[in-house]
Design a protein around this ligand. Structure first.
Ligand code: PGA
Length: 248
């Protein structure tokens, strides 16, 4: 039985002091033993967030990292900078990074490999645009994205990873994929993992849905057999996130 994982992707929101205030507000609302709860904050808020979340069930994640250990990469953050302060998860290949910051399947793969080497759990994002959905290539596309992202990852390591299926047309738009649409793609991602690795890996890996997840739709989405939780943007910055975590 896979444990659900519900992660807030704060994106470029909240200053460090606002981050601490939000964590203190949400802490009692997201206290749950039944799901893994992760807050992915901006880099500058990671340390205060970790301090504010200490002693709670909240784990802290980053929203990106670079794939080199150190060196002349102005503006970048390395995996050991994250692990030293206690970061456990890292979102990789979010569609906004692909669109605005030239992230590709290949750089996502390099980052996934590096994150794993440092015992960070990657939340690997994939998903199609509206035009790609209308062309009927959603499943082919997410298969390709995840296949490349996991190139060179061992079966043992793959089991610990998280994949987030996020249709781009559903992100921040209030337009959620129906639970059946989300389930279809999450099931296809799992099937792909079975083909690449084995049934055992496919059964272990957690596949989230993301894109306008809310307090109103979380329970229907998370009831689907292949949806193991969510990657939540807008609604993770509000008390509503407590409702999402306690979706049952
Ligand atoms: P949203 O964002 O919940 O605001 O749609 C999800 C995401 O981009 O991770």
């Amino acid at each position: 039985m896979r444990k659900k994982i519900i992660a807030g992707n704060w994106k470029m929101n909240k200053t460090p002091s606002e981050a601490v205030a939000l964590i203190n507000e949400l802490k009692p609302l997201v206290a749950s033993e039944e799901v893994d709860v992760v807050f992915c904050t901006p880099f500058i808020s990671l340390i205060p967030a970790i301090e504010a979340a200490a002693g709670s069930n909240i784990e802290i994640g980053a929203q990106n990292m670079y794939y080199e250990e150190n060196g002349a990469y102005t503006g970048e953050i390395s995996p050991s900078m994250l692990t030293e302060i206690g970061v456990k998860y890292v979102v990789l290949g979010h569609s906004e990074r692909r669109e605005y910051f030239a992230e590709t399947n290949e750089t996502v793969n390099k980052k996934v490999l590096k994150a794993i080497e440092h015992n960070l759990i990657p939340i690997v994002c994939c998903g199609e645009t509206l035009a790609q959905r209308e062309q009927g290539i959603t499943i082919d596309l997410v298969r390709l994205q995840t296949k490349i992202a996991f190139k060179g990852v061992s079966a043992e390591d793959a089991k610990k990873c998280v994949i987030a299926y996020e249709p781009i047309w559903a992100i921040g738009t209030g337009k959620t994929a129906t639970s059946d649409e989300a389930e279809e793609v999450c099931a296809a991602i799992r099937k792909n993992m079975e083909e690449v690795y084995s049934k055992e890996v496919a059964e272990a890996i957690r596949v989230q849905y993301g894109g306008s997840v809310s307090g109103a739709n979380a329970s229907e989405l998370f009831a689907k057999p292949n949806i193991d939780g969510g990657l939540v943007g807008g609604a993770s910055l509000k008390a509503e996130f407590g409702k999402i975590v306690n979706y049952k």
